[in-house]
Design a protein. Structure first.
Length: 250
């Protein structure tokens, strides 16, 4: 079987070659799938012929064609370019396993749209598709929430205290006082801490302290230090911010 790079090259070459010279998108995808004889039908047939030697089933070919159609129709004809195979290949491979109606599938589609766009292709980094593949739907929702908040020049705050044992010089017994990150839309809101740890390891987002810790004292200040208060907030890394710019809706 051909590699994903071969698949991406074959499909994308046919797509860019056919789309600018035919008014294929004005009829919509469904009539084409019913073989109406429209220009879009001819385009669909061309893509099926390009995919046929690559040994994919008709159902999977239909899915690729529909996905590519949704991605490319967002780009004006005069800006359409051939996407880099190292970007298109992993995306086409990944969508075989991803349901159509998820935020993850939307991210793949937006990234592919940028890869097709002469003016936006520089934002479609080759590392982004493998990163999407490692995200859960909840993590994608969290990234979107943080990004949209940042676009408002604001942050979701995360504030907590720790008790302090001076004999062992150890902080313990963390108590969260403020956590503004929305949980609506999350499948497993109780796993937010795990999600943030994973996003941190991926280099996309983290909870970062933004001002000095506040020492807490026993007896209202008359005794020694009994704990500390930490002021933090949810933030995207610089790389995470570029990632979100590339996978958000155009």
């Amino acid at each position: 079987m051909a590699s994903e790079t071969d698949l991406a090259t074959a499909v994308a070459t046919e797509l860019v070659k056919q789309v600018p010279i035919k008014e294929v998108y004005q009829d919509g995808l469904s009539p084409a799938m019913r073989e109406t004889g429209s220009a879009l039908t001819n385009f669909i047939k061309t893509l099926h012929l390009a995919l046929a030697p690559l040994q994919f089933t008709a159902a999977l070919q239909d899915r690729y064609v529909a996905f590519l159609d949704r991605s490319v129709r967002k780009i004006p004809e005069e800006r359409r370019i051939l996407p880099a195979p190292q970007i298109a290949g992993p995306i086409l491979e990944a969508i075989k396993y991803e349901p159509d109606d998820t935020l993850i599938a939307d991210m793949y589609g937006e990234l592919l749209s940028r890869a097709f766009d002469r003016d936006a292709a520089r934002h479609a980094h080759p590392a982004f598709a493998p990163l999407i593949k490692q995200l859960s739907v909840d993590e994608a929702v969290i990234l979107r929430s943080i990004y949209e908040k940042l676009r408002e020049n604001d942050h979701y705050k995360f504030q907590f205290t720790d008790d302090y044992d001076p004999q062992t010089n150890r902080f313990f017994n963390r108590k969260v006082e403020i956590d503004e990150l929305p949980r609506e839309g999350l499948r497993s809101p109780e796993d937010v801490a795990i999600y943030i740890e994973h996003l941190d390891k991926l280099g996309l987002a983290a909870v970062l302290q933004f001002k000095n810790q506040e020492p807490l004292f026993a007896g209202g200040g008359g005794g020694g230090q009994s704990g500390s208060r930490t002021y933090a907030r949810y933030q995207l890394t610089a790389f995470g911010h570029e990632f979100m710019k590339a996978v958000r809706p155009l």
